[in-house]
Design a protein around this ligand. Structure first.
Ligand code: CO
Length: 448
């Protein structure tokens, strides 16, 4: 095969695009900033929630809440306000990590300076030991008579969480349960730096005085760089593949798609890893408020809005578990996705995934028509499985919905692995969804 054809077939360019996107997104605030940059380049206009909105057929706009959640929409040029619907994708901007406490430093023992952090979400603790770490997030800076938010990444290695040597813990290979209060304190100095170290670093980075720093939402970042690897470039490994792989794929699909008769929507929610119940999470009013305002700005009535919702569909995007090479028995034998096998449709009888027969049929038929591959996932019947944002969003914006994701290994490790070809395949699938003008008639029928 020609090298050019081969690269096209495997979607190397989009895998590299994901590497760049993850590099720009060390925190949920940065994820939203990276998405905004790409939307602005594609001609999307920022409409702040605190301003009046002008929206009309052909409009491309986005809004943000808390600078950590984002909703973008494109109104098709042929949209009729009295007879339209939404086609939405949603993914999450946050990933499990450790958050710095308000008083961030621990002095001692023996002259050391460490950081005081607590868990954000359900990470695998052992994957945070013995690797270069930094801090990223936002800092609130005193600004005249108020405070202003500043995005910050310390682009250098500032901390390591050191293991205890095996000679001092001979049983470690028989099982290790780190204590989050004592074992997981990142080390930042042997004694040359003292209390105030964090604000001094931040002040230097932001060009302000340390005393101007009032508060911080700062998270630990694994500094091991994202990379595409394997003899044939089959793998991608990076921090935050859950769920930046889906954020990137959905955003790319949204930006590339064309559908003049629907309102296409891309949503990226913060707070999924801590239950979504924040002012900007999937449990908030953010998506519903945004869609209702778009409806109103189009000159549509409240009744039009409810009619639109009844004919709308959401694809909730959050990564899925691939068959593990060392533990295939952990997957359901019949419903187990593989790396590089395409987008995964996830279903659970307990409806922690919002997929049902109707929504699965619609998406599968759309993907079949577009000749895009897909796979199916279900948990082993004796395993609880995870949850995601689709069923939570659906309690506020109730639409037919299907849960999907990209297959990956080591979910919630500080460094995760997925299939490099799956980036392009996920974009192809989500683009097929956006491109199809899917009109839903209750749960009786859908056509496109
Ligand atoms: Co996730």
């Amino acid at each position: 095969m020609h090298e050019e054809q081969s690269e096209q077939a495997t979607g190397r360019a989009e895998a590299e695009g994901l590497v760049s996107f993850i590099g720009e997104s060390p925190s949920m605030f940065h994820t939203v900033a990276a998405a905004r940059t790409r939307l602005e380049q594609a001609g999307y206009t920022y409409l702040p929630e605190g301003m009046p909105w002008q929206v009309e057929p052909g409009s491309r706009c986005y809004t943000v809440r808390n600078n950590s959640s984002l909703v973008a929409w494109r109104v098709g040029s042929e949209v009729d306000p009295a007879a339209y619907h939404f086609q939405l994708t949603a993914a999450h901007s946050d990933s499990p990590t450790f958050k710095l406490k308000a008083q961030p430093e621990i002095e001692g023992p023996d002259g050391y300076l460490r950081l005081d952090v607590e868990a954000y979400g359900g990470m695998m603790d052992y994957t945070w030991f013995d690797r270069p770490l930094s801090l990223a997030g936002r800092v609130m800076v005193r600004d005249g008579s108020g405070v202003a938010s500043r995005l910050v990444t310390l682009d250098r290695d500032v901390a390591v969480i050191p293991s205890v040597a095996i000679h001092m813990n001979r049983e470690v290979n028989k099982g290790f349960a780190p204590n989050r209060s004592t074992d997981l304190c990142p080390l930042v100095s042997t004694g040359e730096c003292t209390r105030g170290f964090v604000d001094a670093l931040l002040a230097e980075e932001l060009g302000v005085e340390p005393a101007q720093i009032v508060a911080r939402d700062l998270y630990l970042v694994n500094r091991v760089a994202p990379r595409i690897w394997g003899a044939n470039g089959e793998f991608i490994s990076a921090p935050h593949l859950d769920d930046l792989m889906c954020v990137y794929a959905a955003l790319r699909a949204f930006a590339q798609s064309a559908n003049e008769r629907t309102v296409s929507v891309f949503a990226c929610f913060d707070s999924e890893e801590v239950g979504s119940a924040t002012m900007q999470g999937a449990e908030s009013t953010f998506l519903r408020d945004t869609l209702a305002r778009v409806n109103g700005a189009l000159g549509a009535t409240e009744d039009d809005f409810y009619r639109a919702l009844s004919s709308s569909m959401l694809v909730s995007c959050d990564n899925a578990h691939a068959v593990h090479p060392n533990h295939p028995e952990l997957s359901d034998a019949q419903n187990a996705p593989h790396l590089n096998g395409g987008l995964v449709i996830k279903e659970a009888a307990n409806q922690h995934y919002c997929t049902d027969g109707f929504s699965r049929a619609v998406l599968q038929a759309v993907l079949d028509d577009a000749e895009v591959p897909y796979q199916l996932f279900a948990n082993r019947s004796d395993m609880a499985g995870g949850s995601t944002l689709g069923n939570i969003s659906n309690t506020h914006v109730s639409v037919h919905a299907v849960d999907v994701g990209c297959a990956q290994l080591a979910m919630h490790a500080s460094y995760e692995t997925a299939g490099a070809h799956d980036v392009q395949l996920a974009i192809d699938a989500l683009r097929a969804f956006y491109d199809a003008d899917i009109v839903i008639d209750g749960a009786d029928a859908a056509r496109w």
